[in-house]
Write a protein that binds this ligand. Structure first.
Ligand SMILES: Cc1ncc(COP(=O)(O)O)c(C=O)c1O
Length: 431
């Protein structure tokens, strides 16, 4: 399919190799296992496994084998302290203070905890504002809290839609912070289009308007060097299985700015207790004063372990270098897209400006699902999002510019020869 005799392909491969020679993350790329098929473009759904992550899981298993319950006190670090220890290591990646971050459960659970804690509809202020294209779980969580308070979602759940170009307009968002909005829930990077929002501007506008703004950072944590504390972000949630390469179902993080400490959690659980009194097993709940007060039950040592190893690599290269590499890769992907793919009928769903895009590029086509299946058959792992977007994410630690050329060339051939047509009736599940 991709004949090396094709001059154009050869030329793009040469450019790709040239770019890869300057890859600042080269030293750590080899620490990652290459998933099969090897052209992996789904790091924004699930980051790849690294050797340090695998080794950390093995270490934890060994501790369980040798220490059993004593691991809670004798593990290294002790299992009792491990979540705090790991949160403290994660904190600099998002510009948080250690006391402002806590790990556990899923993004959805953390979101429920934040809404239970900070959504207190009073007087006119009853509305929860979400973006129309929000990841479904965000909207579900928001709507469930509106209903929980006995309010009607038809009037108290408000959405803000994209403009004609399909993007959220930051100014329109700021204007939507009216005096009846209690809480807003927004993504740092929109999961479909890859649009990145100017967080500081929106955070300030929300604060000025008296709106408690929660950021969903799932598509930017481990990619964008956030400054959550300094930017005055009130609260945020994010998963660790995408750019942070923490493994399938790894724990989610919750951030609460320390100006809200001591936090009085909306949902109570014994693991949110002040550690000094947790094992007194008293009937009164005394929450930890910091973000740990939002914990509920026992954190999973095994689910946390890969993150421990993955953070070794972030600490080695720094989040700024990761973001720079991602931006270089997405810029190159856009370049190659315009030259090789656009002429065959796909359009761009992502803003081109580097300040307005995250780590993935969205491409639109009415037959995107069939195209995505054809790509998979040809050794490329993209992902598809309803109704018509293929997301391509060059994982900053793993993907090379040469991989981009190879993947886009295959996409070009699929479109040019309309090879996706054989997948139009395929009804296998969409992941
Ligand atoms: C933007 C966004 N928010 C929330 C979630 C849901 O996360 P979880 O399954 O950890 O609750 C996802 C999952 O991909 C996501 O992309």
């Amino acid at each position: 399919m991709t004949t090396s005799s094709d001059g154009l392909f050869t030329e793009w491969c040469r450019i790709g190799r040239e770019r890869d020679d300057a890859d600042p993350l080269k030293a750590v790329t080899d620490a990652f296992f290459r998933p099969r098929p090897t052209l992996y473009f789904d790091g924004n759904s699930l980051g790849p496994l690294s050797r340090p992550a695998r080794d950390a899981v093995r270490r934890t298993l060994k501790q369980w084998e040798e220490l059993a319950v004593s691991g809670w006190s004798e593990g290294n670090p002790s299992w009792f302290e491990r979540e705090r220890w790991l949160s403290a290591r994660l904190a600099p990646l998002v510009g948080a203070r250690p006391s402002e971050l806590s790990l556990g459960g899923s993004t959805t659970q953390q979101l429920h905890q934040l809404l239970a804690t900070f959504y207190r509809p009073t007087g006119r202020r009853t509305v929860v504002l979400v973006d129309m294209g929000a990841f479904p779980t965000d909207r579900y969580a928001a709507e469930s809290h509106v209903s929980w308070h006995g309010l009607d979602p038809a009037s108290s759940l408000r959405t803000i839609g994209p403009d004609d170009a399909g993007f959220l307009d930051p100014d329109a968002i700021c204007q939507a912070f009216t005096d009846d909005v209690a809480v807003a829930l927004l993504p740092s990077v929109v999961y479909t289009t890859g649009e990145r929002l100017p967080m500081r501007q929106i955070t300030e506008a929300a604060r000025d308007a008296g709106v408690f703004l929660i950021w969903d950072l799932c598509h930017s944590a481990g990619l964008v060097p956030h400054r959550l504390h300094d930017d005055g972000v009130e609260a945020a949630v994010f998963c660790t299985y995408k750019y942070l390469n923490g493994g399938p179902g790894s724990p989610a993080a919750v951030f609460v700015h320390d100006r809200h400490h001591p936090v009085t959690p909306g949902l109570w659980g014994w693991w949110g207790s002040d550690p000094a009194v947790q094992f007194q097993m008293a009937p009164e709940f005394v929450p930890a004063a910091d973000a740990s007060g939002l914990q509920l039950g026992t954190p999973s040592m095994l689910a946390m372990a890969p993150l421990e190893g993955s953070l070794d690599l972030f600490e080695q290269v720094g989040i700024e270098a990761v973001f720079r590499r991602s931006q270089e890769l997405t810029a190159f992907l856009l370049e190659a897209f315009h030259a090789l793919v656009e002429p065959y009928g796909m359009t761009l769903a992502t803003p081109e400006h580097p300040e307005r895009r995250g780590g993935h590029v969205g491409l639109r086509h009415p037959e995107a699902l069939a195209i995505s299946r054809a790509l998979k058959q040809d050794g490329v792992t993209p992902d598809f999002r309803m109704p018509d977007i293929i997301r391509l994410c060059p994982a900053p630690f793993l993907t090379r510019s040469l991989d981009i050329v190879r993947a886009l060339w295959r996409l070009r051939v699929i479109l040019r020869e309309e090879r996706y047509r054989t997948h139009l009736t395929d009804d296998s599940p969409v992941w």
